[in-house]
Design a protein around this ligand. Structure first.
Ligand code: PLP
Length: 260
């Protein structure tokens, strides 16, 4: 059996985040990985030094090539950069009636560089999120999506998850890593009830690519036929282990270890 997983995201030349993190994660979890590159970044452990978006034509051509021939069992989207790219991606996913869509609403790199244009946020809300099976915002991303600041507790996270769910996505996984708690607890909401995904907080600065890796792990598990709650549990264990074994490469924030 071949489980086909596609990442639609940005390339991280440093190998820790984006397309590279996603493909390594797919491989580790037993899925066949494919990629549609939306932007190149010149990047290392010290930050993003340049962003080079691809044309809409190039993004559409990659999608068409993959979807018309190989097909997909699950898709993960990461850095999409512009409203035009988001609309092109949403259009092709609809044309090919793709199921199992994991949207990681990537906005800003840990170093502060923007990976999504301000005016693209509305396209994310209206064109892509309603197609998604699951969305995996962290707290700052959730605050942008709901247009309110101030998520500081698990009850605040539940409230925000409810609001994000109203955008038309089936499941919301709001990641709690930015809370200053001892545990890094994520909140999974299916429109009716909440499930907590707890994990002990790992003391490390090497967390580059955590969000990408987590969302890619969910996509790999969905490709293998798991439900979203099952996929989320596996992905949480995978990312916790990857952070525990993060690599000290480069001089800045090292990457999580996908093969841990
Ligand atoms: N670069 C690319 C291409 C990404 O897709 C992402 C993911 O969110 C990042 C960088 C961000 O990485 P970091 O985990 O360091 O914020």
């Amino acid at each position: 059996m071949v489980y086909r997983a596609l990442t639609i995201a940005g390339s991280d030349s440093g190998g820790g985040a984006g397309i590279q993190a996603d493909l390594k994660t797919f491989q580790e979890l037993g899925a066949y990985g494919m990629s549609v590159i939306t932007a190149l970044t010149a990047q290392n452990t010290q930050g993003v030094h340049g962003v080079y978006p691809q044309t809409v034509e190039a993004v559409e051509a990659q999608l068409e090539a993959v979807l018309s021939d190989i097909g997909v069992d699950a898709v993960k989207t990461g850095m999409l950069f512009s409203a035009e790219i988001i609309e092109a991606v949403a259009g092709k996913l609809q044309d090919y009636q793709v199921n199992n869509i994991v949207v990681d609403p990537v906005m800003v790199a840990k170093g502060g560089q923007s990976l999504l244009q301000e005016e693209a946020i509305e396209a994310l809300r209206t064109a892509l999120i309603p197609l998604a099976t699951v969305i995996t915002p962290n707290i700052p991303e959730a605050e942008v999506l709901i247009g309110e600041k101030g998520i500081r507790s698990l009850p605040d996270m539940e409230e925000a998850a409810r609001k994000i769910h109203e955008l038309g996505v089936q499941y919301v996984i709001l990641k709690g890593g930015h809370l200053q708690n001892e545990e890094a607890t994520d909140v999974l909401y299916d429109g009716e009830s909440f499930t907590y995904l707890p994990a002990k907080r790992v003391a490390t600065k090497h967390t580059h690519g955590t969000g990408c890796t987590f969302a890619a792990a969910i996509a790999a598990e969905l490709a293998k036929g798991q439900s979203v709650p099952e996929a989320a549990k596996v992905a949480k264990a995978f990312i916790t282990c990857a952070i525990e074994h993060a690599l000290e490469v480069g001089q800045g924030i090292g990457p999580t270890h996908h093969g841990a």
